[in-house]
Design a protein around this ligand. Structure first.
Ligand code: ASP
Ligand code: MG
Length: 781
């Protein structure tokens, strides 16, 4: 495979003898013996040739201009070459001069050949200079191999054959090729347009299948705003091809769309550098995966063309086919936006094509932002628009507006200040990829983009932690792809090391989502907080751990201005914490919470009316997947006990789990036995339950398993267990499986009820998601 690279030098890089020496030095120090080189005409040579041509066409005197050009070119040769080498090249130049004089006698026949002379001279001179420095080099006129069709589209197959023949004949030689000019296939010269030698470079690079093209000029690369206008414009180390293309299409002069075209079909890297400061950073254009800040570009004067109603689409198509693609369009206004330069040609083309008048409006300028995060920045950009601005036009990679010309500079500066900084990056570490973890990942795959847009930040999944193995991906994990990537790349890990690695990533914030039931992970919360990591828990262990531990966590969170949320630990997606929070915000005080916080127990007691023994219902629920594999985990009530403790602490109370009274439904005799033995002896549950039911029925009440928390002054009562409730109590009519939370407060003495499914994959994952958005909002605004 070829490792060839191609260097292209623009006119400014060859503007005088020192420039040539710099270029030779770059080729010697950065290159390989078989590099290709493409050159523009030296300095302003093309302009000079064009002005000669114009004068000749108008039959005006041109000897002064010719003398100046001659002096410039001969001066370069004399200053750069010595002895016989100088004589040879001078003689060739003088021959060309005679030919030029001859052509100027028939300027209309020889226009292209005349303009192409500049590149012929610079390629010859640079090759000779390299030769003199002891480097094998040879000039090559692109017309010898580069064949293009009528629309200047290269004939890749034939051109490649021809070029390869030259290359095969001259191994280990730097071939210095003329830019700007090609062959029409019949031996006639075709020019590739002003500044066309960048295009020559990428086409020739594609022909020779080089890996890398470097475009050397007098600019250091692509900045995220015009560095001549904005002091804090920053050079971009990387830019994606699509971003570069959008930038070019919106009128930025650094790279032309045409230049980028060959890169779309041929995998080549493109670097943009300055030959004056080759040691400085520069810009790399990458096919994908580039990390660039938003780039702001503007045009002080654009022209708006108004098409007749309903004709805009066909007008755009026609313009694109004629190489007059507009900068932007506004369908609601039947308007096209074009550069001042192309305004007249475009208007003429449109009138001709549409057969109808096309009016134009001047006085507008354009401000555009180019970024893969355009969607994310639309809100911020839109908020900067003044009264006279056009509505923001959204494209996949760009946001565009028009403002009066005299507002362009101001808006450009504001957009740069507000939107061009690096997007805040928030990294997510997900611990737990079981039922709910997987559901969250699936939901996140769906929402990542929308949430990131809404938050104007970059939300990245950087790690997925299993029990023993973890996948850490600094560049981010596509959430939809987490499973195959985890299967392929996850490695055994130790939490402290992993946390350290994650903390070292270039991210602004890290949030760990604990979607496990792991006590070990809960134990590590202090270390996580110490590293500045925010926490979201679906895991109840920390919230229902010892009061001292809970206090330590809350203090660390407050001191370090971190966030710890645990919405999913109680009632899954039901907005219980939100309600408590909201009541507090309104100056209310929750004094009592009663509820049924277990879907399993809710289902069992809904159905338990004495018709079937309680144990039969337990087995039925187990078969339906409504219980844990070992139903004693539900019947023990500990889960509800923990939830009540978490709620109590949320009200500001201090207590330990043991202070929450617990009545278990598992008789002592069944507590220590194996799973299978428990199932065999499950009927032993029945006798106490029958008695409890009978007692409730005698009072005309219903049996429920409930939690209750009451605060009176400094007296606190917290209990989980059997209760009998009157038929008109909300618990009596609770649908099977639902949770219920009955909050009593100063403002709601009769109770505020929150009711609905309090468990389940989707709703629990959604509770985690809701915490995530809540934390991000606070972090960002
Ligand atoms: N020499 C030509 C011009 O000045 C082509 C180029 O420099 O890219 O337009
Ligand atoms: Mg919840």
């Amino acid at each position: 495979m070829s490792r060839r690279t191609l260097h292209k030098f623009g006119g400014s890089s060859l503007a005088d003898a020192d420039c040539y020496r710099r270029v030779a030095h770059i080729l010697l120090t950065q290159g390989h013996s078989d590099d290709l080189v493409v050159v523009s005409a030296a300095g302003k040579t093309t302009n000079a040739l064009i002005s000669l041509l114009e004068r000749a066409r108008q039959h005006r005197e041109f000897s002064n201009e010719l003398a100046q050009l001659t002096e410039f070119q001969q001066g370069l040769i004399r200053r750069l070459l010595l002895g016989p080498e100088a004589e040879t090249i001078l003689a060739q130049f003088n021959d060309d001069l005679a030919t030029l004089r001859h052509w100027l006698g028939a300027p209309n026949r020889h226009g292209a050949e005349i303009q192409a002379l500049g590149e012929v001279w610079s390629s010859r001179l640079l090759a000779a200079l390299l030769g003199q420095l002891g480097v094998k080099a040879q000039a090559l006129d692109a017309r010898q191999f580069l064949l293009v069709g009528a629309d200047r589209a290269p004939d890749y197959a034939s051109s490649r054959d021809r070029l390869n023949r030259f290359l095969a004949q001259s191994p280990d030689t730097r071939i210095v090729i003329t830019g700007f000019v090609a062959n029409d296939g019949h031996g006639q010269s075709v020019l590739l347009g002003r500044n066309g030698s960048d295009y020559s470079a990428t086409v020739i690079g594609a022909l020779a299948r080089v890996d890398l093209i470097t475009i050397w000029s007098d600019v250091q690369g692509v900045f995220n705003a015009d560095p001549n206008r904005l002091q804090d414009a920053r050079l971009q180390a990387e830019l994606s091809l699509a971003e570069a293309d959008t930038l070019a299409r919106l009128g930025s002069p650094v790279l032309h769309s045409r230049t980028l075209q060959p890169l779309k079909d041929h995998a080549m890297a493109l670097h943009v550098r300055s030959s004056f400061t080759p040691e400085q950073p520069y810009t790399r254009i990458l096919a994908e995966g580039a990390r660039a800040e938003p780039v702001i570009t503007s045009l002080d004067a654009v022209v708006v063309l108004y098409c007749p109603e309903g004709r805009l689409d066909s007008a755009i198509e026609h313009l694109q086919a004629s190489g007059l693609a507009p900068l932007a369009c506004y369908p609601q206004r039947n308007a096209l936006v074009v550069t001042e330069e192309l305004a007249e040609a475009t208007q003429v083309a449109l009138v001709e094509w549409l057969g109808a008048p096309v009016s134009s409006e001047r006085g507008w300028g354009m401000v555009a932002l180019i970024s893969r995060h355009a969607g994310r920045l639309a809100g911020a950009f839109a908020r900067l628009l003044g009264r006279r601005a056009w509505p923001l036009r959204r494209e996949p990679l760009a946001l565009i507006t028009l403002v009066p010309s005299d507002e362009v500079a101001d808006l450009t500066g504001r957009v740069h200040r507000r939107c061009a900084g690096p997007m805040k990056k928030i990294g997510l570490l997900v611990a737990g990829k079981g039922n709910i973890g997987a559901a969250w990942l699936q939901q996140f795959a769906h929402y990542q983009r929308r949430i990131s847009d809404e938050l104007e930040a970059e939300l990245m999944l950087v790690a997925v932690l299993g029990r023993e193995e973890a996948l850490l991906a600094p560049e981010g994990i596509e959430p939809a792809q987490w499973q195959p990537r985890f299967d392929a790349e996850a490695r055994p890990y130790r939490l402290p090391q992993l946390i350290e690695q994650a903390s070292a990533l270039p991210l602004d914030e890290l949030i760990l989502l604990d979607i496990t039931a792991s006590e070990t992970l809960a134990q590590a919360y202090p270390q996580l907080l110490a590293q500045g990591i925010h926490l979201i828990s679906a895991n109840k262990q920390a919230g229902s751990g010892s009061q001292a531990f809970y206090h330590e966590l809350k203090q660390a969170v407050a001191q370090r201005h971190l966030y710890w949320r645990y919405n999913a630990t109680v009632g899954a997606g039901l907005p219980v914490f939100y309600a408590i929070d909201d009541l507090k915000r309104g100056g209310d005080r929750v004094q009592r919470i009663d509820g049924v916080f277990s879907g399993t127990l809710s289902w069992l007691f809904h159905h338990y009316d004495g018709a079937k023994p309680f144990s039969r219902l337990v087995l039925e629920a187990r078969e339906r997947g409504l219980t844990e594999p070992d139903p004693r985990e539900d019947l023990g009530g500990i889960d509800m006990q923990r939830k009540l403790l978490i709620l109590a602490r949320e009200l500001g109370l201090e207590l330990e789990l043991a202070q929450v009274g617990l009545e278990t439904l598992v008789p002592e005799a069944l507590q220590g036995v194996s799973d299978s033995e428990f199932l065999q002896r499950v009927e032993e549950l029945d006798q106490p339950m029958t008695e409890a039911l009978a007692a409730a029925s005698a009072r005309g009440e219903t049996l429920r398993y409930t939690a209750s928390l009451a605060v009176e002054g400094d007296r606190l009562q917290a209990r989980v267990g059997l209760a009998s409730v009157a038929p008109d109590h909300p618990f009596a009519s609770l649908p099977p499986g639902d949770n219920q939370f009955l909050l009593r407060s100063l403002h709601y003495p009769e109770g505020l009820v929150i009711q609905g499914p309090g468990a389940g994959r989707e709703v629990t994952a959604a509770a985690v998601q809701s915490d995530l958005v809540a934390i991000c909002r606070r972090l960002l605004h």
